[in-house]
Design a binder for this molecule. Structure first.
Ligand SMILES: [Zn+2]
Length: 281
């Protein structure tokens, strides 16, 4: 899998005070929805000296670093804020096709940092207001010294392969009739390989072997890191519980359908399978 590094153009920085006097990119959120231009322009993110230029008064702002040398901020508005003229609030998922990859990734980072700042204003241990730790993406409690960092929840996503087929499953809560590969959250104390084996066994009753890393993808809905794998079928018969997973089937390239949208790593792995097995039918 080939994914350009965000760090070619973007320099992250722990919270600090950037130099003023130049317009900055503002990733402005209202209830997790991002402020973008209403017209489908090539520059959908507002680039401004200050949010006051759009008559917006954020509750909090966070410095994110620089993109192409320009400062970037995230900002949180009060719920029910009205978008300024010429702008709309949009769900980040719906903007995938409109943004270039770097802007989408940076918007995801902005969403996670804004949301972490919002939900960690008070110490999770003693309830005292937290303070930003200088030079780090961390908050600390001045009373009990408890320190918290942005939460990232790893999720493994695995394509189980058998001969010239791939296992596709349908979740009870999936949108429409979408089918995808097995995935699940890492549990405390577990390795990624153990997570892959446990999830496949729990969801479809199969044993797998030869687990290989495929690639990873930040997934800010709300704070995951998707870690993709392939694995070979080892033993067992497909068994679904009918509650969480309603269907599971071995599919060759001609029977693959109703798969996830292009923005997800699950889709990338399925596309990789199709590309590598197109001559086998
Ligand atoms: Zn505390």
């Amino acid at each position: 899998m080939h994914r350009e590094s965000l760090y070619k153009r973007y320099i992250p920085s722990a919270p600090s005070t950037p130099s003023k006097g130049q317009p900055a990119y503002w990733f402005v959120f209202c209830s997790d929805n991002l402020l973008v231009t209403a017209e489908k322009s090539t520059a959908p993110i507002p680039c401004l000296m200050d949010l006051a230029d759009l008559n917006l008064s954020p509750i909090r702002t966070q410095y994110l670093g620089t993109l192409d040398g320009r400062a970037c901020y995230s900002a949180e508005l009060l719920p029910q804020s009205i978008a300024p003229e010429g702008y709309v609030f949009s769900d980040l998922r719906s903007l995938y096709a409109r943004f270039d990859e770097d802007i989408f990734r940076l918007a995801g980072r902005a969403l996670q940092i804004m949301s972490w700042d919002q939900s960690h204003q008070y110490c999770g241990r003693c309830g005292h207001p937290t303070e930003q730790l200088q030079g780090e993406m961390a908050k600390t409690c001045p009373i009990c010294q408890f320190t918290s960092y942005p939460r990232i929840s790893p999720v493994t996503s695995v394509a189980v392969l058998k001969d010239d087929t791939i296992l596709l499953i349908r979740h009870a809560g999936s949108r429409g009739r979408m089918r995808t590969i097995v995935a699940g959250f890492l549990e405390p104390g577990e390795t990624l390989e153990e997570c892959v084996k446990r999830e496949v066994l729990e969801e479809v009753g199969l044993q797998v072997k030869n687990i290989k890393y495929f690639g990873s993808q930040p997934w800010p809905f709300p704070n995951s890191l998707m870690i993709g794998f392939t694995a070979e079928y080892e033993s067992g018969e497909i068994q679904v519980d009918g509650k969480e997973v309603t269907e599971a089937a071995w599919c060759n390239v001609t029977s693959i359908s109703d798969i996830p949208p292009r923005m997800s790593i699950s889709r990338e792995i399925i596309d990789w399978f199709i590309e590598n097995h197109s001559n086998s039918v």
